[in-house]
Ligand binder design. Structure first.
Ligand code: FAD
Length: 417
């Protein structure tokens, strides 16, 4: 593995023209058998592998990725992190993730570029302000740092928003979480990969899982494009492809897959120093360190595996954001893309055992699982190591769709990015 990163290393390697940097992780061929195999080399799969090795001492682990690590949603998202969810179960899990994020650069010795610049969710009507008040009260009871802002406070924080009397989306106020912000998505993936690799985890790219070997109701291994691989336990963290893979294991998941879009503008000088979300328009914006505005949309309207997104959604979101930020109107968009996200009926994730013994799930993060990566990986690792739920993952068991104990964050928090 590469040496520990430090200012001294940068200086040293700079003087050697960078020739001394080692690959950040190995490129191993898969072994015949592992204690644990994790399907999916996104943030959740890699984080689970890292925590299995670092917290549970289980290093005989493989992460199998059909493409390249981070090539799924973990490398396609708009990088927003926050923990201001409505229900206590969600707040606990997402705040665990945010707390882990806060120490992650130091823990992994890899700069994930966490920028806690705060996040403001706008309210555009009296009704939305009532909902914001209700949310703030619930979140404060959950121990989350949020505050209610009135119109003037939003204006002081983000003067470039449209405060005209005839604005189509008048701003009544909003709620703010100051610990929210953004982190570099690729760095999160690469940092966990480097950390896991250093602890002995095999990260196998270009290795698609094509089937499950199941004996007497228990998973014993996987069929892959690199041959059969035996496994004591299997974790599945494949986001938008969860439904397809579950079908190969012989069960159904209450998940639909949709395209979720984002885009970036040409780079401009710094003008937006917080994250703005507008549930009414479905759009949200932040500014990257390069100066590009990172703009996000709501879901495309129909389930799809087409990883492009459709123009109607792009136009709708751009129209809303141009109304909100008049100074954005003449900017050019440089890139647009989509990822396939896995949406549960209650917009909350599924974590824990599946109907197949030894096969554990981490999916259903929908439009908002980047912020959850450290927490989702942490509790999946716990399930895989112990065969038992972590207390934070128990409410998110698949069985809630039988018992009716849903955690409806679509209704509760209202927005899920
Ligand atoms: C445009 C967009 C914007 C978003 N913005 C935000 C945001 O601002 N904040 C936020 O919190 N969340 C956001 N999200 C959601 C977030 O990106 C995801 O919830 C999160 O990245 C999911 O991580 P994951 O590890 O579960 O999945 P992924 O990163 O998608 O990883 C799953 C991996 O599994 C692999 N795979 C699939 N099938 C197989 C197979 N058969 N064999 C082997 N490998 C397989 C895939 O190739 C993929 O790499 C956004 C998503 C998108 C698309």
């Amino acid at each position: 593995m590469s040496a520990r990163y430090s200012a001294f290393q940068i200086l040293r390697q700079g003087m050697r023209d960078g020739a001394g940097w080692a690959p950040v992780w190995r490129t191993p061929e898969p072994k015949k058998h592992y204690d644990v195999v994790i399907v999916g080399g996104g943030g959740h799969g890699l984080a689970a592998a890292y925590y299995l090795a670092s917290r549970h001492g289980i290093g005989n682990v493989a992460v199998l990725e059909k493409g390249w690590i981070g090539g799924g949603n973990s490398g396609r998202n708009t990088t927003i992190v926050r923990s201001n969810y409505f229900f206590p179960e969600s707040a606990r899990l997402y705040d665990l993730a945010l707390r882990l994020y806060e120490g992650l650069s130091a823990e992994l010795n890899f700069n994930i570029m966490l920028s806690q610049r705060g996040l403001i969710q706008l309210a555009h009507s009296d009704g939305a302000m009532d909902l914001a008040r209700r949310s703030v009260n619930a979140m404060l009871l959950n121990g989350i740092d949020v505050e209610l802002l009135d119109r003037q406070q939003v204006r002081e924080a983000v003067p470039i928003l449209n405060f005209a009397d005839d604005a189509r989306y008048p701003i009544f106020g909003g709620l703010r979480q100051k610990r929210g912000g953004i982190a570099r998505h690729d760095a999160v993936v690469w940092g966990y990969a480097r950390g896991a690799d250093a602890l002995g985890v095999d990260i196998v790219q270009n290795c698609e899982v094509t089937g499950f070997n199941i004996e007497g109701g228990r998973v014993t291994g996987l069929e892959t494009t690199k041959g059969a691989i035996g496994a004591g336990r299997v974790g599945m963290a494949v986001a938008g492809h969860s439904g397809q893979l579950a079908a190969k294991a012989g069960f159904e998941l209450p998940i639909l897959s949709y395209a979720l879009q984002a885009m970036v503008s040409e780079p401009i000088k710094p003008l937006l120093d917080t994250v703005i979300m507008s549930p009414t328009t479905g759009g949200y914006a932040s500014q990257s360190d390069k100066g590009e505005l990172v703009l996000g949309a709501g879901l495309d309207l129909y389930p799809s595996y087409g990883q492009r997104g459709n123009l109607v959604t792009t136009r709708t979101i751009m129209a809303g954001l141009a109304e909100l930020f008049p100074c954005f109107r003449r900017l050019k968009l440089m890139r647009q893309w989509a990822g396939i996200v896995d949406v549960c009926w209650d917009y909350s994730p599924i974590i824990g055992p599946s109907p197949v013994e030894g096969l554990y799930l981490n999916c259903g993060w929908g439009t908002g699982g980047f912020k959850a990566i450290p927490g989702g990986g942490f509790v999946l690792a716990h399930c895989l190591a112990t065969g038992q739920h972590h207390e934070f993952s128990a409410p998110f068991d698949l069985k809630r769709f039988e018992t009716g104990a849903l955690i409806d964050e679509a209704a509760g928090a209202g927005i899920a990015h």
